[in-house]
Design a protein around this ligand. Structure first.
Ligand SMILES: [Zn+2]
Length: 50
């Protein structure tokens, strides 16, 4: 386990794709990243796939 999704709180494991918003320091699971349309909560900064 490498962390928790900042949006849903789900545990994220090392073998899973995860998305980070470096600007805000958030980590999101793939499901939430898709719901956010791969952008940070500010609406325009792209998430980075780790
Ligand atoms: Zn999530």
């Amino acid at each position: 386990m490498v962390g928790r999704c900042s949006r849903c709180g789900r545990r994220i494991y090392a073998f899973e794709d995860r998305y980070v918003c470096k600007k805000w320091g958030y980590v999101f699971c793939d499901v939430c990243a898709r719901k956010l349309q791969y952008r940070c909560p500010d609406g325009y900064t792209p998430l980075e796939l780790v």
